[in-house]
Design a protein around this ligand. Structure first.
Ligand SMILES: NC(=O)c1ccc[n+]([C@@H]2O[C@H](COP(=O)([O-])OP(=O)(O)OC[C@H]3O[C@@H](n4cnc5c(N)ncnc54)[C@H](OP(=O)(O)O)[C@@H]3O)[C@@H](O)[C@H]2O)c1
Length: 327
């Protein structure tokens, strides 16, 4: 296998970051700088073979010096870290917006001054929707941007943080001539490699436990986390990749997702929605055709659901006896 560039992953111990580190190793990367929030548990990253050098760096996104050390000597950077919670924050600016926006700018400035070839920015569908002005008969695509005023008036701060962070990143890239590519994952599912429960897997856990939340502002579809990690590597390695890449195994209502979960796991009290949960959302099976054209193949969503449930049970976030899968 061809020797790969040294790379840095921010948020390397989170849900997507941990899968990305694993996927990079599978693709032959042997020098990986893993940047993690100071004091955060990263022990699960250190179990790889002796031929792989994972160097841990503790760096708050607001600490430019620490980020610079993590990125120094790398040719590629995957910026994954960002506060990721669907709970209402106490202080939206301090808790979500500053780390997302200033953190992205710090990563880009550190990448620029280290001569990094490309930064793969982990944005989100939350930087695409909600967008009430989007034409009703057209499936959402990468040209959509989240309406900030709409979100602010509804106190939906996570989409605000992701949208402002991505906008700031594109502005920085244009001004300083740095090569960035953005990926926009939908709700990511799959086995947990880390010890804590992240926000997107908690959506499935809560659904299985009877939650009536319809994910109104946070939903386009779902995707297996291993597909997201593969896409991130593909976007680093494909010189012609540019712009924004939606990463979802289709666009469809959360109601449909809940129905599939209920069918797969009839032993759980999954809430069945009667109405459309995302009124006006156009369904689309090939929503991520930009990534599919680069060669990405999506895992069936049923597999992502079952893998998540297995993982939640293995880590103690779901009780075994509650489940009675059809699979
Ligand atoms: N999961 C999804 O469905 C989904 C969908 C679209 C986009 N995304 C994006 O994907 C990225 C990763 O999400 P995830 O699901 O893997 O969530 P996660 O498990 O919560 O990972 C987020 C990571 O960012 C780190 N982080 C947060 N604030 C930080 C700060 N101020 N300084 C340094 N590190 C900080 C966290 O550290 P701690 O572990 O210490 O908290 C964690 O390692 C985020 O940018 C998120 O917006 C996720």
């Amino acid at each position: 296998m061809k020797k790969k560039w040294p790379v840095c992953v921010t948020g390397a111990n989170g849900f997507i970051g941990s899968w990305l580190v694993r996927t990079l190793i599978d693709h032959g990367y042997t020098d990986i700088n893993a940047s993690v929030f100071p004091g955060s548990d990263a022990s699960h990253l250190l179990n790889s073979s002796s031929s792989v050098r994972i160097r841990l760096f503790e760096a708050d996104l607001l600490d430019f010096g620490a980020l610079s050390q993590a990125i120094h000597g790398c040719s590629g950077v995957f910026h994954v870290a960002s506060p990721c919670t669907l709970e209402d924050p106490l202080d939206p600016v301090q808790d979500l917006i500053n780390p997302a926006v200033q953190g992205s700018l710090n990563v880009l400035e550190a990448a620029r001054s280290s001569g990094v070839t490309r930064v793969v920015l982990t944005s989100s569908i939350s930087a695409l929707v909600p967008n009430p002005t989007w034409p009703s008969q057209k499936p959402v695509d990468e040209s959509s941007w989240t309406d900030l005023d709409y979100c602010k008036s509804r106190q939906k701060w996570y989409p605000v943080s992701k949208t402002l962070a991505e906008k700031a990143a594109w502005e920085f890239a244009q001004k300083h001539g740095i090569d960035i590519v953005a990926i926009h994952p939908a709700t990511c599912l799959g086995p947990l490699l880390q010890s804590n429960l992240n926000a997107s897997c908690a959506v499935l856990q809560q659904l299985l436990l009877g939650s009536t939340d319809t994910q109104e502002y946070h939903w386009l579809g779902a995707v297996h986390v291993k597909d997201v990690a593969e896409a991130q590597v593909l976007l680093l390695e494909t010189p012609t990749a540019s712009g924004r890449y939606l990463c979802t195994n289709g666009i469809y209502q959360f109601k449909e997702f809940a129905d599939r979960v209920a069918h797969l796991f009839p032993g759980f009290p999954v809430h069945r929605c009667k109405e459309h949960t995302q009124p006006g959302l156009m369904s689309c099976t090939a929503a991520s055709n930009r990534l599919m054209e680069l060669g990405l193949k999506f895992t069936p969503i049923e597999e992502a659901i079952c893998d998540t449930v297995t993982g939640l049970k293995a880590k103690g976030f779901l009780e075994e006896q509650q489940s009675q899968s059809l699979q």
